[in-house]
Ligand binder design. Structure first.
Ligand code: HEC
Ligand code: HEC
Ligand code: HEC
Ligand code: HEC
Ligand code: HEC
Length: 459
């Protein structure tokens, strides 16, 4: 009897132990801290401001100032997601108490290294606002571990700046140390690869690049985002034919996004009668990106293909894409489902059912990779992602084919029928942008490309 009680107590103890261990494990406690061992080890004062560097590096400073990396902490959507979702999530659910700390490792590295977390809001104009500054990148000496990810940079403040140009280069302000890492894609991977506390790769731009043709051909990120061109890198310095331009233009530059995918559409027959089925085939060729399209904040991004036919009388018909039958395809065809119900926790809205998953015309093909919460519902909170769905994005130099079978309606007008395919891009799904009051530009529709073809209708 005594022995049985002892066994019961022992079992109970074991169950509690497992429960506590799992809480500890799943809380993600210490996860970001483990990668970014620089939390709180320096002070803001040990770093120079970008403005200071800009007194001599005039052009580079002005270019950088306009890039998204100069706004990684202050940008409106970042502020909303950080304070209203990540910080709020931790307040409403203790398991996510630390989830917001890691954000600063990439978005406000100085604040992270100064242990100033959460930093003052952007309006308070603290040094967290410097975002990904000159000092962050030019004090990086190396990264920890084999794979660059989760801001695993090795940074030491001081007068020695690291960069890639070979030769006798002198600066009146600082020492210069040659760094091969700065001309490699791995350098960017330090922040452009991210694994969350559940072990999910929620950002993998560098890993996508590694698996594609540009890595094999030795074309790093820098060649497309910091193109070399004639100019001075410091106003009192030398002229170089290949001065690295600090453009860092990406999804927030419509010019960079436009033309990324080339479209060509053709019919199987050129002449048809009402009632006939006509199959339109579309080729989508990724001509421009060195990684998948879309990449980066894939949980937010949406790329969709809208195809319409217009007959000679101006009647318009929307053509839904033909199903291919692969697993998870339902997430790649726009529908009317709801999603993002996990926002209920940070927003403090119990019972919140979510908002429209896609916000684009039903039946359109979507090129995306869905992120799922613990209930298998799509989420835009990367830190709450437990699994990833089908990866139906367009890889670098990949061509995807789609077909649209159009059963010509009885009332279709004789004469020319023009079929137009339009590929659209949006940085943040519209229903979420509206729910969270994210300024319009984050959900503006950018037309990536379009192409048309014609058939002749006879009566
Ligand atoms: C210290 C971390 C860090 C490093 C290192 C870094 N990035 Fe970034 N990068 C960021 C963050 C954070 C953002 C997101 C900015 C925002 O909030 O919109 C970003 C944004 C960008 C964007 C803009 C995307 C858009 O939405 O328009 C481009 C392009 C980019 N980075 C390219 C690079 C390249 C190329 C390298 C390597 C030379 C690099 N980055 C290195 C942190 C980093
Ligand atoms: C008083 C002027 C001055 C200031 C201030 C200054 N630099 Fe420089 N820096 C130079 C000059 C001059 C060069 C050499 C340019 C050349 O190659 O002709 C240089 C070169 C560099 C290089 C290039 C090394 C290479 O491999 O080509 C980097 C990186 C750099 N500076 C970063 C910084 C950073 C970061 C700051 C701010 C903390 C800064 N500089 C502040 C004058 C300055
Ligand atoms: C996201 C990281 C990042 C940021 C932010 C950044 N740089 Fe750089 N910078 C680089 C990299 C990487 C290179 C080398 C590119 C290569 O060689 O492929 C470079 C090159 C340079 C060079 C040498 C250019 C050449 O062609 O020799 C100077 C000077 C420089 N940076 C100064 C600055 C200054 C000043 C700022 C802030 C206004 C700044 N950088 C911000 C990553 C960055
Ligand atoms: C062959 C040229 C090329 C190479 C190489 C390349 N990119 Fe890009 N990148 C693009 C183009 C074009 C876009 C704009 C379309 C888009 O948003 O994907 C882009 C977009 C981006 C964006 C914005 C994505 C978004 O949705 O916000 C980021 C971030 C980025 N690149 C980072 C990188 C990094 C990091 C590397 C290296 C690991 C890299 N790029 C290599 C061409 C390139
Ligand atoms: C490992 C580095 C890293 C960490 C950690 C990280 N981010 Fe980011 N974040 C990035 C990079 C790089 C981009 C740009 C990707 C792109 O352009 O698509 C980005 C983009 C974003 C964007 C989209 C910006 C836009 O305008 O589209 C938001 C919002 C954001 N991050 C918020 C967060 C929050 C909140 C956290 C913490 C829960 C976080 N990030 C953690 C690197 C990181």
């Amino acid at each position: 009897m005594a022995n049985q009680n002892y066994m019961k107590a022992y079992k109970l103890f074991f169950v509690i132990f497992l429960w506590a261990a799992s809480l500890f494990f799943f809380s993600g406690f210490g996860y970001f801290a483990a990668e970014g061992s620089l939390f709180g080890v320096y002070t803001y004062k040990e770093f120079e401001t970008p403005r200071y560097c800009g007194t001599c590096h005039t052009d580079i400073y002005r270019q950088w100032e306009q890039s998204m990396m100069a706004q990684a902490y202050t940008h409106h959507w970042d502020e909303i997601e950080y304070f209203d979702l990540a910080v709020a999530h931790g307040k409403n659910d203790p398991a996510f108490k630390d989830a917001h700390e890691g954000c600063n490792g990439c978005h406000a590295p100085l604040a992270y290294m100064a242990g100033d977390v959460p930093p003052p809001k952007p309006a308070e104009n603290s040094r967290a606002n410097e975002s990904v500054s000159c000092e962050v990148c030019h004090l990086i000496q190396d990264y920890e571990a084999d794979t660059p990810f989760n801001f695993n940079f090795v940074v030491q403040p001081g007068k020695t700046k690291y960069s890639s140009r070979e030769g006798e280069i002198k600066s009146p302000d600082h020492k210069i140390m040659l760094s091969e890492l700065h001309s490699k894609a791995e350098f960017c991977g330090i922040c452009h690869n991210e694994k969350n506390s559940f072990g999910i790769w929620v950002k993998s731009t560098h890993l996508e690049w590694m698996a594609g043709p540009y890595a094999r051909e030795g074309v790093p990120c820098q060649d497309c985002h910091m193109p070399p061109a004639g100019g001075k890198t410091a106003k009192m310095g030398s002229f170089y034919e290949d001065a690295r331009q600090h453009l860092f233009h990406g999804a927030h530059d419509p010019g960079k996004v436009k033309g990324t995918i080339e479209l060509r559409i053709h019919p199987d027959i050129r002449e048809a009668e009402p009632g006939d089925p006509v199959v339109f085939t579309l080729a989508l060729f990724n001509q421009k990106t060195g990684h998948k399209f879309p990449t980066g904040s894939v949980e937010d991004r949406i790329v969709w293909l809208h195809v319409e036919a217009v007959d000679s009388k101006g009647n318009t018909y929307h053509l839904p894409v033909d199903k291919k039958g692969f697993e998870g395809e339902e997430y790649t065809i726009a529908g009317t489902e709801l999603a993002y119900s996990d926002l209920s926790v940070p927003l403090g809205k119990p019972g919140f059912k979510g908002v429209d998953r896609d916000g684009v015309p039903a039946g359109d093909r979507i090129f995306r990779m869905p992120y799922f919460d613990e209930n298998g519902i799509m989420t835009i909170m990367q830190w709450n992602t437990r699994s990833l769905g089908v990866d139906y994005r367009i890889g670098p130099r990949e061509t995807k084919m789609e077909t649209f079978t159009f059963q010509l309606p009885d009332g279709v007008a004789p004469g020319k029928l023009t079929v137009t395919a339009v590929l659209n891009y949006q940085k943040l799904v519209k229903p979420v942008a509206d729910l969270l009051n994210v300024p319009e530009d984050e959900s503006e529709i950018i037309e990536v490309n379009r192409h048309s073809t014609e058939i002749e209708i006879f009566e």
